[in-house]
Design a binder for this molecule. Structure first.
Ligand code: GRG
Length: 302
């Protein structure tokens, strides 16, 4: 039987890109019309062409939990806005100090460090507005908006992405054990990916079993995503990645590749993807779309 996973994943990503980008574009126009150079930097960051994996996960998790409304794309845009903030700050000289992101000059190379730093912080507030707009469009009660905001901003904060990034920066030029590396990856990258799946479930009104299944799926696939990212950093070219390849080795970072080797890391990413998909069955959630995205996440080439 032919494997329909890759074609389905491409379709889901293209749809997420189109629907999320429409909303991000509206915000980009609004911000650049009123906020001078800061507004132009915000618009530049919001318009940068990412793969939109997190939005695709929001949409797929929402539908798996029975959601049907178009307005879910607003929730996907809110998650992508938090992700965009993290990339703007990650590229700053005080962090990864990179010139290239998504095939374009990084925001601070284009606008300077001060403007890019402010733009990054302001994106967090924009994300909150995007989420609130989405909840209104979906006619969700205030308590549901509260639950989504908590899940998104906890994942983006010290207990998740910021905390993981902090540990990652502290770990430069040190050898981490596998257990420490998992802690870094689960926070830095995994938390927002898990939140994408959790938010889709909350917006669809998922019951406890479905919510748990989506959380476990997100947890496992979030870790798999960063392991695959470590492999790509070591094996792909800058052209393929749209960002500087080989940065982990340059910065002497501990990664899955430095700990397990390329083939060991690949095998572990696939194992986590399998665990992610297996978590859906006990809750009876349809797995096709989420499994296709899980396959994409570990087999992608950029
Ligand atoms: C204040 C310590 C402190 C941190 C601020 C900068 C930051 C918060 C967090 C950084 C988190 C980060 C950049 C994690 C890496 C995540 C990752 C693998 C990004 C690449 O994601 P893709 O491949 O990229 O989905 P595209 O470009 O396709 O969206």
């Amino acid at each position: 039987m032919p494997d329909v996973g890759p074609a389905l994943a491409d379709e889901l990503l293209a749809e997420a890109r189109e629907r999320t980008d429409q909303r991000l574009e509206r915000w980009a126009c609004r911000l650049e019309a009123h906020d001078g150079e800061d507004g132009r930097a915000l618009a530049y960051a919001l318009r940068s062409p990412g793969k939109r994996v997190r939005p695709a996960l929001v949409l797929a998790a929402y539908r798996a939990a029975g959601g049907l409304a178009e307005g879910i794309a607003g929730v996907a845009a809110a998650v992508e806005t938090v992700h965009t903030y993290s990339l703007v700050h990650d590229d700053l000289p005080c962090m990864d100090d990179d010139d290239l992101r998504r095939g374009r000059r990084t925001t601070h190379r284009e606008f300077g460090v001060g403007v890019a730093t402010r733009a990054g912080y302001r994106l967090v507030a924009v994300a909150a507005q995007v989420l609130a707009d989405a909840a209104r469009e979906l006619a969700l009660p205030a308590a549901t908006l509260g639950a989504m905001a908590r899940a998104l901003f906890e994942a983006g904060g010290i207990e998740g992405m910021v905390g993981g990034q902090w540990l990652d920066l502290e770990a430069e030029r040190r050898r981490l054990s596998l257990a420490d590396l998992i802690r870094v990856h689960r926070g830095k990258t995994g938390a927002l990916i898990r939140a994408s799946c959790v938010l889709g479930g909350i917006a669809a009104g998922a019951g406890p079993e479905a919510a748990k299944a989506l959380r476990v799926f997100g947890e496992e696939i979030g870790l798999a995503f960063q392991i695959a990212d470590d492999v790509l950093d070591a094996t792909a070219t800058s052209d393929q990645l749209g960002k500087t390849a080989g940065r982990d080795r340059e910065l002497a970072k501990s990664t899955y590749v430095s700990v397990l080797g390329i083939e060991g890391a690949r095998a572990d990413a696939r194992r986590h993807a399998r665990l992610a998909v297996e978590a859906l069955a006990p809750a009876g959630l349809p797995a096709e779309s989420l499994a296709a995205l899980a396959g994409y996440i570990v087999e992608r080439s950029s």
